[in-house]
Design a binder for this molecule. Sequence first.
Ligand code: SF4
Length: 366
Amino acid sequence: MIKHCYIHIPFCKTICSYCDFCKQFYDSQKVKEYLKNLREEIERDYQGEEMDTIYIGGGTPTCLSLEELKELMDILSLIHKSHNTEITIEGNVETISKEKLVLFKQYGINRISLGIESINENHLRFLERNHTKEQIQKTIQMIRKEGFHNLNLDLIYAIPGETIEEVQEDLDFLLSLQPEHISTYSLMIEDHTKLKIQGVKPIAEETDEEMYSLITSYLKEKGYIHYEISNFSKKGYESKHNIGYWKNEEYYGFGCGASSYKDSIRKTNTRSLTNYPKGNLLEREEVTESDKIEYEILLNLRLLEGISLSDFEEKYQMPLKDLYNYQQLVEQGLLIEEENHLRVPEEKIYVSNEIIVKLLQSKKEI
Ligand code: SF4
């Protein structure tokens, strides 16, 4: 049974130089039309299940006007939730107001995720983000005052020209805000972004690794749990929504560019606002049993706790060791098998992709 739902709002007031998400400039006429189409999609495809998590991402959902957000909240009311459903909205500090926060509270939103990315003025300019340190502090004070106790802040590192000391400064600033959750992203120069077109090259691999190592050790020292490759939280504040993805659970995805996984089909809606009402898809994949197992491994091994061997056996009616010859990787110290879990050792999590590939290659002939 589906327990997770993602809703995409593809509008932003400004476009960041590194962005390859499904987004476009805010335009009130387009928002109006989009919300109408979003409502229709949910009315058509949602089957009434009670959700454990709902995630409103973007784009910048908070850049919608108060009236537009009221309409979005009304659409959200179509989806059943319980008193402890985790409901997240993404936003940026420039577009949050007291009135919007009051509205979110009224509709049961209980988690806010803000793209802070950096506080270094040069790097913010490079990323084309417009906020200041003071704005961040003021907005977070307002968020706390309105009674939100589950706050995620995003950090971007490995920005060309960035030094390890600057990453440390960003971390210190983030920590001073005492968020319950921190998501970190190594800057990727993705195709079709302004940075790619400008020919910007990524930072050296060793510097990236050094920054990653600083981030993980420093956040752990400050009491955060490193629970997924790039995610850290205070105890009990792990993102339930993202854990659903990493545990390979099914989910709805509504909106332009949104992905869903339902009835063994993974699909992604078109990124075109014009084609979205026609129900066009960007991709569609029928997930076979063997694909499901590969996803199960790939996704679960992103989590520091790894994959539960008993859950795997219950789900697929076969022990993982009967399908993959991973003992050799355990002997080489690339995987650890203990307490009913198979996991990547924390000191090797930076190269977990390579380890996962080796694990998948150890598949037995049955
Ligand atoms: S705010 Fe987010 S979605 Fe919008 S342009 Fe920047 S990175 Fe992309």
